[in-house]
Design a protein around this ligand. Structure first.
Ligand code: C2E
Ligand code: MG
Ligand code: MG
Ligand code: MG
Length: 274
């Protein structure tokens, strides 16, 4: 009986592996098509200075509305894009589009804000990334201080020297770099002091699940950031209570559904006008 059961488990296991594989393959094929026909969109989520509640920028978030499959979440397609290298094309488009739109809003005399773009590890490790970003800024006419890049800790593990050099190059170009999802990866305090970063983003997990431990972690990240002369922003702020807590802890900036969900481009102009 035991044998029969374990054989069944194995069958189920094999079946789900096969389905997972098929689904990934399907998404990969669809990703190729989507890149060709330019099916991606950018949504923008506002970021605020906490004390003044003034808007300081938007995070650009990639969206993939698929005709048959509906909206496919970036948590689903970004890892596949990363594995297959397609992220290089998608990522290049995201940077370009974010800069182009931000410049467009500025040209309409709307308040000037920053746009933050997520970079995947593979993209960041690309030779010529800095010169490509510089080229995009020139082509779109956006000044470098209005672009920010977000990287995650996971990439900091590899190729330390290269990462430090690249960060210095961005610094020279005038483009700020923030460390995203802080606290969830292989955080090393050494990186924080060695990497020329401008901002730490506290992962939303710590804000949304306020256990005693997580509260202690948030407080520590804020104090640590300030000790290292870095700005700190909390992600995933959904409740008024989160806001009071973060104000009390002197967190610099906030982003989350409490203020606004990511919005399509068509809503940004009215939003900035208000
Ligand atoms: P992220 O960079 O940490 O982006 C923040 C995510 O948290 C976004 O999810 C945003 O919609 C969500 N979020 C913001 N505020 C709240 C809140 O109050 N509550 C909750 N529950 N969620 C909130 P999204 O847009 O689904 O993106 C997921 C991840 O996919 C991003 O995490 C980022 O890692 C990746 N991603 C998205 N766009 C791009 C892109 O253009 N390039 C790359 N490389 N990665 C991207
Ligand atoms: Mg991000
Ligand atoms: Mg994040
Ligand atoms: Mg994330």
């Amino acid at each position: 009986v035991i044998k029969e059961e374990s054989r069944n488990d194995y069958k189920i296991f094999k079946q789900s592996l096969k389905e997972g594989f098929k689904e990934r393959l399907k998404l990969e094929t669809e990703l190729h098509k989507a890149i060709k026909s330019g099916d991606f969109e950018l949504h923008f989520q506002p970021q605020y200075e906490l004390e003044s509640q003034e808007i300081i920028g938007f995070e650009a978030l990639c969206r993939w509305p698929h005709k048959e499959m509906g909206d496919i979440s970036p948590d689903q397609f970004i890892p596949i894009a990363e594995k297959t290298g397609l992220i290089l094309d998608i990522g290049d488009w995201v940077i370009y589009e974010a800069c182009r739109l931000n410049k467009k809003w500025q040209d309409e005399d709307l308040p000037k804000v920053k746009v933050s773009v997520n970079l995947s590890a593979r993209q960041f490790l690309q030779r010529h990334l800095v010169s490509r970003v510089s080229e995009i800024l020139e082509e779109t006419g956006l000044e470098p201080q209005y672009l920010e890049l977000e990287i995650t800790e996971s990439m900091a593990m590899s190729n330390e020297r290269y990462i430090i050099d690249t960060l210095h190059d961005f610094d020279e170009l005038g483009v700020k770099v923030a460390l995203d999802d802080f606290g969830t990866g292989y955080s090393s305090l050494k990186y924080l002091s060695q990497f020329p970063l401008s901002k730490i983003k506290i992962d939303r997990m710590f804000i949304q699940n306020q256990t005693k431990q997580n509260i202690a972690i948030v407080k520590t990240i804020i104090h640590l950031s300030h000790a290292l002369n870095l700005k700190v922003i909390a992600e995933g702020v959904e409740k008024e209570g989160d806001l009071h807590f973060l104000l009390g802890e002197k967190c610099d900036q906030v982003q989350g559904f409490y203020f606004s969900k990511p919005m399509p481009e068509s809503e940004i102009e009215t939003f900035l006008n208000e």
